[in-house]
Design a protein around this ligand. Structure first.
Ligand SMILES: C[S@@+](CC[C@H](N)C(=O)[O-])C[C@H]1O[C@@H](n2cnc3c(N)ncnc32)[C@H](O)[C@@H]1O
Length: 249
């Protein structure tokens, strides 16, 4: 939000809401706006995920952890939200830390598993030593990080050389199914969002997908951040991408 020369607190609150509504439309929010958005949608987040992906998100999470997590690994699930990807990683016999900056999202994660260490923190300043994880997963999180390149470098920092990263993210659909997905994400999802708490998030979602780097570009950014053997695969006709890479030596 720009600098506001107002003494009246209610005016400042209204200005914040207006700014956030506009930012939702452009798909760009500062970190505190992203955090407030997820604080608000935490109660409906899991249900919306199932509805929006017709339950396919479970399969994508399973494939993500199969690709990067091994029995006995120490794993960081960054932007863990309500914890489903972290729980999938734990299911592969890993010792898992889930990190997120939204306390309401973490509260839901905590209620799902006590076997995972849930940490409140920021991806841009991870509270972990260099090279302290064997694997990192991020599910539908990097798109929301205010400085994507800095976030990728920070994730690289906490991975040991040769450690693996799996990034699951919504991407620009292409090909024959693209018009269907455009209808779904640009019209149906925001319409559903209008009837749930914190619904502006579901206007922000398609807008943030539009401005997010395409899979090839994200692969290049991963290389710039110090990852090697970067590859990606697409799911559901190209609406979701899974990037897998190794931390360079
Ligand atoms: C779309 S949710 C994804 C949740 C979960 N990973 C999943 O697969 O469903 C994105 C999460 O990223 C978190 N997040 C966004 N930016 C963050 C940052 N800079 N540091 C920590 N968490 C962040 C939000 O609070 C939110 O819980």
């Amino acid at each position: 939000m720009g600098r506001l020369e107002v003494n009246d607190e209610s005016e400042a609150v209204i200005a914040t809401h207006v700014t956030e509504a506009r930012s939702a439309e452009t798909g760009r929010l500062p970190a505190d706006g992203v955090q407030r958005m997820f604080d608000r949608i935490a109660p409906v987040y899991d249900a919306m995920n199932r509805v929006m992906t017709a339950g396919l998100d479970r399969r994508w999470r399973r494939i993500t952890v199969e690709q990067v997590v091994r029995n006995g690994d120490r794993v960081l699930d960054a932007c863990c939200g309500t914890g489903d990807l972290a729980i999938a990683a734990r299911g592969r016999g890993a010792d898992v830390v889930g990190l997120d900056f939204s306390e309401p999202m973490l509260e839901r994660a905590r209620s799902k598993s006590r076997e995972i260490e849930w940490v409140r923190g920021d991806v841009l300043a991870l509270p972990f030593d260099d090279a302290s994880f064997d694997a990192v997963t991020v599910g539908f999180g990097v798109r929301n990080v205010e400085d994507l390149e800095a976030g990728l470098r920070e994730l690289r920092r906490v991975l040991r050389p040769g450690g693996r990263i799996g990034i699951l993210e919504i991407t620009h659909p292409r090909g024959a199914l693209a018009p269907f997905y455009r209808l779904w994400f640009d019209r149906v999802v925001p319409a559903i969002g209008r009837v749930v708490p914190g619904g502006a998030a579901y206007t922000y979602l398609p807008a943030s997908v539009r401005r997010f780097p395409a899979p090839q570009e994200l692969a290049a950014l991963l290389e710039d951040a110090g990852f090697a053997t970067v590859r990606f695969r697409l799911f559901a006709g190209g609406i979701v991408a899974l990037h897998v890479a190794e931390a360079g030596q």
